[in-house]
Design a protein around this ligand. Structure first.
Ligand code: UDP
Ligand code: MG
Length: 153
């Protein structure tokens, strides 16, 4: 099954939304295969947001991502990269559709509570950036037959 990399940003941690976001992940039937709290630094943020390093808002973005620890997760599911990006909603929380995590839980284009990988290729790179191999578990729920029909997963 496909995997994706998620970060619960300081705006999620500080606003005590962690439980609600994880509940939404689990109620969708998405499997958590890795989870840890970590303090990001400038080095990892310059890699992670390499496409934004030259933007005027990058220093503010980096500061906002270092304002508290984050929670990093690896999520697993069929087509999970695309499914979870849809659940995340568009970048600006004020424009995100109600029903999405950003559309339900934030009002900001920067403090938008969550990061989710945007392609299968980037998901692999980002999982390797934030997790050592032994921190991602080869885990599937025992009742997986109730998550997917035969031949789907
Ligand atoms: N960001 C920002 N201002 C912008 C665009 C992006 O502060 O004008 C921040 C925001 O926190 C966003 C992150 O930079 O989540 C990464 O930007 P990207 O375009 O990759 O959006 P995402 O994939 O997170 O929706
Ligand atoms: Mg992005």
């Amino acid at each position: 099954m496909e995997q994706t990399l998620v970060l619960l940003k300081p705006s999620c941690i500080e606003r005590c939304l962690v439980g609600q976001v994880i509940t939404r992940i689990q109620q969708r039937g998405i499997i958590i295969t890795g989870l840890k709290m970590m303090q990001l630094d400038e080095k990892i943020l310059r890699e992670h947001y390499a496409h934004l390093v030259d933007k005027p808002f990058f220093p503010g973005l980096a500061a906002s991502m270092m304002a508290s620890p984050v929670i990093a997760m690896v999520l697993k599911g069929v087509d999970v990269v695309e499914v979870f990006r849809k659940m995340t909603g568009v970048t600006n929380g004020r424009k995100a559709e109600p029903g999405t995590l950003r559309g339900d839980f934030c009002m900001s284009g920067q403090a938008n509570i969550i990061h989710a990988s945007d392609s299968v290729e980037n998901a692999k790179i980002e999982i390797n950036r934030f997790f050592r191999p032994e921190e991602v578990f080869d885990y599937t729920p025992a009742n997986i037959a109730f998550y997917y029909g035969e031949g789907e997963a």
